[in-house]
Design a protein around this ligand. Structure first.
Ligand code: SF4
Length: 366
């Protein structure tokens, strides 16, 4: 009998289902991970190279900026050659929405707060998108909220973000266009979480989660993990983008780790390592780093315990697929709950890597 699926904190909120090219977005589909290229879109080769790296890292959907006519001209080749669906990110210029649709992009992100007379454009955009089978993201952002709402609320509050999103959604729906998802991004996780919670109550739209301008890698990782965790723990969120002031592949790594931590994506390599303390009899930090680095190529689910002493070491090592409980300059190596050997400290990493690769081979690692 197959193993039951691992437990999750809450069932997914039920949403309508949309497609971004081949990727389903909504509660019937796994939560997807997105990022955005940082290369000039006009540099087609560099952009495709970055998309390939993102796809290899586990990115499901990629967004590319389209700020000029030259960028729009690059879209057909990028959309055609990209291994994952491409979303064109449009601000200010509605004509690039049509260019992106014509270019074969899987979806278009529009920021209504940044498009003048957006209300007048919705009918045309809806028709063009529907005719081409292209979905849309209504991307409301605290930094570019509609002026009417800024005047009304004084600043981009959660209520203001939601009012903007609901209004814009109603415009598309009036024109019988329903293939859209929504984001209401704010740099403050508290405001962002409140906004998504409120929005989730207002309609069955799939939601794209993001803490916008979350900051450099460390701060942005914590902010995103905290905010996404709060929402995903309630079943809210259908696709995610971690925004970091760091190379986009880092965003994919963080997003993947968030989903894996919540059992929303199968776990792969998982290092269970102790924080070390005054009882540690080996250098746990170095051991954990070297094992993580040495096994980062693995794609099979494998839990490896790296523990500093015999207090919790044997227990954790026994529970893992593979582990070491260190003590007295030596390491007891466990495989599937059994001690298979004891090695001197200098051979712990080498032994763990060899055993991990052997187990991975048996599991069908390629
Ligand atoms: Fe300290 Fe041992 Fe626990 Fe590591 S396993 S934190 S060394 S008591």
């Amino acid at each position: 009998m197959p193993a039951p699926p691992p437990p999750v904190l809450a069932p997914r909120r039920k949403t309508r289902q949309i497609k971004v090219g081949s990727v389903g977005v909504g509660s019937d589909s796994p939560i997807s991970i997105q990022s955005m290229t940082t290369t000039p879109t006009t540099d087609i080769n560099a952009t495709l190279q970055q998309i390939a790296e993102l796809a290899t890292a586990g990115c499901d959907i990629v967004r590319v900026a389209c700020p000029s006519a030259d960028d729009a001209e690059a879209l057909p080749i990028i959309a055609k050659k990209s291994p994952i669906p491409v979303i064109a990110d449009i601000h200010f210029q509605p004509r690039y929405v049509y260019a992106a649709i014509d270019a074969g992009c899987a979806a278009v992100r529009v920021n209504p707060g940044n498009i003048r007379k957006f209300d007048d454009q919705v009918k045309e955009i809806s028709k063009a998108a529907a005719d081409a089978g292209v979905s849309i993201r209504i991307g409301v952002n605290a930094g570019s909220l509609d002026k009417r709402l800024l005047d009304k609320y004084g600043k981009p509050t959660a209520e203001a973000l939601v009012e903007s999103a609901v209004w814009e959604a109603s415009l598309f729906e009036e024109h019988d266009f329903h293939d859209f998802k929504i984001s209401v991004k704010h740099h403050d996780p508290v405001v962002m979480v409140k906004a998504y919670e409120m929005l989730a109550e207002r309609g069955d739209w799939p939601l794209h989660l993001g803490v916008t301008e979350a900051g450099p890698a460390f701060q942005g990782t914590i902010k995103s993990a905290t905010a996404f965790g709060a929402l995903l723990a309630k079943g809210i969120g259908d696709t995610i983008r971690v925004s970091l002031s760091a190379p986009p592949v880092e965003e994919i790594k963080v997003g993947t780790q968030i989903l894996q931590s919540l059992n929303l994506r199968p776990r792969k390599l998982e290092i269970v390592s102790c924080p070390s303390c005054g009882r540690a009899q080996v250098d746990v930090y170095t051991l954990a780093d070297e094992v993580t680095e040495g096994l980062k190529h693995l794609t099979v689910p494998l839990r490896v315990a790296v523990m500093g002493c015999i207090v919790n070491g044997p227990g954790e090592a026994r529970e893992a697929d593979l582990g070491v409980a260190s003590g007295n300059g030596k390491g007891q190596i466990f495989v599937k709950g059994e001690v298979i050997k004891t090695v001197p400290e200098e051979l712990i990493v080498e032994t763990l890597l060899a055993e991990a690769n052997r187990i991975a081979d048996e599991m069908g690692e390629n």
